[in-house]
Design a protein around this ligand. Structure first.
Ligand code: C5P
Length: 402
């Protein structure tokens, strides 16, 4: 952490009393630390304590001219290489998820482009409230890292999840986040989600892909310093922080969007479940059953969609291109054939026959298949961890090329 710039943003929870200890650990590790506090945080720990420990004036007010003169809130947001929000109250997490900026801490959180680590701490019922759950999910999708809360006895008298993680654990997580800028300088192009192929004005052919895997890759790549473009099929997922998103509907639109970005990309990850077929002649109007004979079915003629991955691989030069392969049976044999046929540098094969991994789930069980026949099987992991493992391999491969 030597000379790394960390902003510790403190909000109003009793766990704020542990922040001096967090600052001492970060400083001992060599980090330059500055602090920002909400008004409520100052009820629990004095700005003077944090100023003494950091060696810098502590920012508490968005509208104080003398504080803005010292370092204005945008400069503070830009200064930070990492922001630690600890303790993170339900209120500030909610503001973050909505993009509100009505005090110094929330304004800095909205303005910063640095990775953000949050250490929630609150009453167990507040933590388990659907509003907090959904805010946390939104933040996670945007690439915000969370540590804790831990389960135990809470200051309010309740037992359960809500205790802020220990300062040592927060500092260790901060160290990991600062350490992993191994994709800085790379342009990562990711496709995610399924496609919708219109049959008529209201109906389409789709698939069960949620987009979660591709979004996790995009979020992780951005956190590791890459310039990330995410080409996404229809999905309600929030755009990860620092990622440029291009929305598409059909396989042909996805192809156009990817081709437009591909030249610039140094790494392309095709996590999208692209429809292999589309309706040959989609109807401009809604197809009405009344227009068909009473007992007749409807025959739909399908035509093949281009294989985008194979097309990108054909023009890849020294770019890295990674494909995904969702298989319900014969996983390894199909994956080996597929990597040879498509010509990509790595194929991530996943078994979609299980209900707990694969399509529309939070976890994935994948096997990395390399062109030389090597395979690496990973245990079932959260998609974010699968993304991290994949990007570890990618960063290594890129490093090896240089
Ligand atoms: O051939 P299959 O669909 O199993 O291959 C999966 C891989 O190929 C994924 O990376 C997917 O994004 C990509 N793909 C594609 N264009 C298609 C179908 C799949 O790029 N038409």
């Amino acid at each position: 952490m030597e000379q790394r710039r960390i902003l510790v943003a403190v909000t109003g929870g009793i766990a704020a009393y542990k922040i001096p200890e967090l600052i001492r650990i970060l400083r001992r590790a060599g980090a330059c630390v500055r602090c920002a506090m909400t008004p409520a945080a100052q009820e629990f720990v004095s700005p003077l304590v944090l100023q003494t420990l950091t060696g810098h004036p502590v920012r508490t007010d968005l509208f104080d001219a003398s504080q803005e003169g010292e370092i204005d809130h945008i400069s503070l947001a830009d200064w930070a290489e990492l922001v630690i929000l600890a303790p993170a109250t339900a209120n500030t997490l909610a503001k973050m998820s909505c993009g509100l900026a009505d005090d110094l801490v929330s304004a800095v959180l909205l303005a910063t482009r640095a990775p953000v680590l949050v250490a929630p701490a609150m009453n167990v019922n507040m933590w388990e409230h659907p509003a907090t759950r959904s805010n946390m999910e939104t933040l996670r999708q945007r690439g915000i890292r969370a540590i804790g809360p831990e389960v135990g006895e809470l200051a309010c008298g309740w037992e359960g999840a809500g205790r802020m993680s220990q300062p040592e654990a927060i500092a260790a997580e901060a160290g990991l986040l600062l350490g992993s800028r191994d994709l800085a300088g790379e342009v990562v192009l990711v496709s995610a989600g399924g496609t919708r192929e219109p049959i008529d004005r209201v109906r389409f052919l789709g698939n069960r892909s949620s987009g979660k895997m591709g979004f996790a890759v995009a979020a992780e790549a951005a956190l590791r310093g890459a310039d990330v473009v995410l080409v996404a099929g229809p999905t309600p997922l929030a755009t990860p922080a620092g990622v440029r998103r291009v929305d598409v509907q059909t396989a042909l639109e996805m192809r156009d969007a990817l081709l437009a970005e591909f030249e610039r990309a140094t790494i392309t990850v095709m996590a999208a479940a692209v429809a292999d077929f589309r309706a040959a002649r989609p109807s401009e109007l809604k197809i009405k059953k009344e227009d068909l004979a009473a007992d007749s079915g409807l025959t739909l003629e399908l035509t093949r969609n281009p294989d985008i991955l194979a097309e990108l691989c054909a023009r890849k030069g020294d770019r890295l291109v990674i494909g995904f392969a969702a298989e319900s049976h014969d996983l390894m044999a199909s994956a080996q054939r597929k990597i040879a046929r498509k010509g990509c540098d790595l194929l991530v094969a996943n078994n979609i026959s299980s209900e707990t991994s694969g399509f529309d789930t939070d976890d994935n069980a994948v096997v990395f298949v390399w062109p030389d026949g090597q395979v690496e099987e990973l245990p079932t992991l959260p998609k974010r961890d699968v993304a991290a493992q994949l990007l570890d391999r990618v960063a290594k491969a890129r490093g090896g090329d240089e």
